[in-house]
Design a binder for this molecule. Structure first.
Ligand code: ATP
Length: 363
């Protein structure tokens, strides 16, 4: 794929007015298997929302319900205040892009993009010249001008996904649903497309749901991130809120590298193994709690201030740092910490460290 040049700021592209989407207590079971347990979410017109969660957390099920491909067992979905569940798929006016949403192989790029318009009933179908204008405009938007006569087999994976997006946009959707649209592409292409999609979104302003299990992708792309686990929403927030103020150990662990230790909070101060740690836990009730920290948020110390100490059981290179596996406390809880590469290797030895950023979760 050729590198994607940044989209020039220019006239915004009016492609159907964006709408609010309200999801109210949506439940879904497949036979006896619950897939969604009462999911509620308000999405504002024009927002780009990432549905983020591990495999099986219910992301695709929620997206399929929004699309009208599946019906919920209970709950409501409103598009612009209007009950969407009563509408057929074709009347919901949603655009989809899926990870393996194969383009029609026997059709040119032009015909693929035009497809959703050409199959409309005669009364609703735009005139040929209008379809042509719209397709060429979309090709320009997805930066594939000049490739309209090619067949999908003559495109790279990234170009195919851009055609798939143009095809989804062609019908002037009110809502855009993207299910891991870049999942099958290699890391660099994904990164390019991610940035490009954000620019497209800023120009077209669709209300967009983007499914991913890649936290970096969600944090970089979305206005708000919806973290899902086991059919429930664990947290909804801006990327900063999700990263800096995770609501649970699950979110903390899912959103970045993390280590946890069982601690006790006594009057707003943290203790590990009966010893104070000099870490504040204001607002956390006294009692058992979980301390979470990220490997790069610790300082290796060599003083007599309170610190965590443990034995280094493994060492490896990790990006710009040296990553240590350390066993802490009498129960040998294993945590990961980073140390500057300038430090000499000392596997088997002891190390003392203090988290300089951390989270405390009451248990
Ligand atoms: P992934 O990231 O792997 O795509 P996901 O978060 O999108 O996962 P879903 O595909 O929504 O998860 O699945 C949620 C749960 O519902 C899973 O336990 C899954 O096995 C189950 N499930 C999904 N579709 C069906 C189906 N058609 N029949 C039975 N169970 C299903």
């Amino acid at each position: 794929m050729n590198a994607i040049t940044p989209i020039e700021p220019g006239a915004s592209v009016a492609l159907g007015a964006p709408i609010d989407v309200t999801i109210e207590n949506v439940q879904k079971a497949f036979g006896d298997t619950p897939a969604l347990h009462g999911v509620s979410l308000d999405v504002k017109a024009g927002e780009l929302v990432a549905l983020l969660g591990p495999s099986g957390s219910g992301k695709t099920t929620l997206l399929r319900i929004l699309a009208g491909l599946d019906a919920p067992t209970a709950g409501r979905v409103l598009f612009g205040g209007e009950d969407a569940l009563g509408l057929r798929v074709q009347d919901r006016n949603v655009g989809f892009v899926f990870q393996h949403y194969a383009l029609f192989r026997h059709m040119t790029v032009f015909d693929n993009i035009a497809f959703g318009l050409t199959v409309r009933a005669r009364g609703e179908r735009p005139a040929k010249a209008e379809i042509r204008k719209r397709v060429l405009h979309l090709l320009d938007l997805v930066q594939l001008s000049g490739l309209d006569k090619r067949y999908p087999s003559q495109l790279s994976g990234g170009q195919r996904q851009r055609v798939a997006l143009a095809r989804a946009l062609a019908i002037e959707p009110r809502v855009l649903l993207l299910d891991e649209p870049f999942g099958a592409l290699d890391a660099q292409v994904r990164k390019d497309l991610r940035r490009w999609l954000r620019e497209i979104h800023d120009r077209t302003g669709h209300t967009t749901f983007f499914v991913t299990h890649d936290q970096e992708e969600a944090l970089e792309l979305a206005d708000r991130v919806v973290v899902m686990s086991k059919g429930r929403i664990e947290q909804v927030g801006t990327p900063d809120e999700i990263y800096d103020a995770p609501a649970s150990p699950f979110v903390f662990g899912f959103i970045g590298e993390s280590s946890f230790l069982p601690v006790t909070v006594v009057d707003g101060a943290v203790q590990f193994d009966g010893a104070p740690l000099d870490l504040a836990a204001l607002g956390t009730p006294s009692g058992p709690a979980t301390l979470g920290f990220r490997p790069h948020d610790v300082t290796i110390v060599d003083d007599d201030q309170p610190a965590l100490t443990g034995q280094i059981v493994a060492e490896r290179r990790h990006g710009g740092a040296r990553r240590l596996d350390v066993e802490v406390g009498p129960e040998r809880h294993r945590v990961e910490i980073d140390m500057a590469v300038e430090h000499s290797r000392r596997e088997g030895g002891m190390v003392a460290f203090r988290p300089h950023r951390w989270r405390i979760f009451a248990r």
